[in-house]
Structure formats: C-alpha cells, structure tokens
Design a protein around this ligand. Structure first.
Ligand SMILES: [Zn+2]
Length: 176
C-alpha cells in the first residue's frame, strides 16, 4: 500500500550535488488521494535533485500508462503518459507564497513531499480528448456495441428536436 510518507524527501540529509530517486507507481498511488481523477495506472517516475546552498532543483521525468475512459465509446484503455517538469525550491528566512515554479521553504524545513507534484504531472499529461486510438502499444477499435447504442441515442434525440414546440413556432412567426 502506497502512502504520502513514501514521497517525503528528507533533503536536509542530502549532500550538495545530484541525487536520484525512482518510484514505480501503481494503482495504490492514486488511492492515496480521496478524489483522484485517475484510479489505475503504472508509471515510472525518476526524480533528479540537484542540491546547492539554500537552493534545490527537482526534475521529474514520468513515463508509463494510466487507465482511462475513451471519450467516444467509454471503454477503458491504456493511455500513455510521458513528461518532464522542474521545480525550484529556495530556502529563505521568510518564506513567500509559491509562484508555481519556485517553492519557498523556511530555514527550519527538513523535508519536502513530492506526492502532489507527481500526481499533477501525471494529470497534466492526460490530453483533453482521448480515444481508443491512443491506446498504448497499438490503437484499439472503439466498442462497436457502444457505438451502435450511441448512434441510436442520437437518432432519438434528433427526432425529439424535430417535434418543434408550438411556442417556438409562434416566436419564429414574430421574428419573421
Ligand atoms: Zn473507444
């Protein structure tokens, strides 16, 4: 079982220079979050930390698949996700609010949790539109039964629209 704690980086213990961390994320990663957009997946995360005096660069590289729903037929399929993202962490006397790319921590901070960053990188790599064609490995055909069902649904809705509301007809007459 995965937990938030597994993503704590005790940076205070790290020497200056580069350090690598690897995570193999599976379904239990997503179950840590109450309302995760993603429920299932397998993603490899490589985190490279470059530690300097009062400054650290965190570079995340992710690659893997998440199981998601096709926008067309609603079948689930393996969507490939891949991306790189960097954040800068600065240790300052009086921490300011993070401006997105730079995170400020106070002088007493000893660790930093990267769970949310990894989660966000995965989610931002999910495209707005995704279909069975995007299936990892090879494109999948959409579920034919669902397509048939949906096209029948479409027909009924057009029929419904064709039965015009008499009030609309009246309005049309006014316009004309
Ligand atoms: Zn589909």
């Amino acid at each position: 079982m995965d937990s938030l704690k597994n993503y704590d980086i005790d940076f205070v213990k790290l020497k200056f220079g580069q350090h690598s961390f690897d995570y193999e994320i599976d379904d239990s990663f997503f179950s840590v979050k109450d309302h995760s957009l993603v429920k299932q997946g397998n993603v490899n995360v490589h985190l490279l930390i470059d530690k300097k005096d009062r400054l650290m660069n965190f570079t995340f590289s992710i690659e893997g698949i998440v199981i998601t729903e096709c926008d067309v037929c609603l079948d689930s399929f393996d969507l490939p996700v891949k991306g790189t993202e960097s954040i800068v962490i600065k240790i300052v006397e009086e921490p300011l609010e993070s401006d997105g790319e730079i995170i400020y921590l106070g002088p007493n901070a000893v660790s930093f949790n990267v769970y949310d960053h990894i989660y966000e990188i995965i989610c931002t790599n999910i495209p707005m539109t995704k279909t069975c064609k995007d299936n990892a490995g090879k494109p999948k055909a959409c579920n034919p039964e669902m397509l048939k069902f949906l096209s029948e649904e479409d027909d009924t809705s057009t029929n419904f629209e064709q039965q015009t509301d008499p009030r609309w007809d009246k309005l049309k007459n006014i316009k004309e």
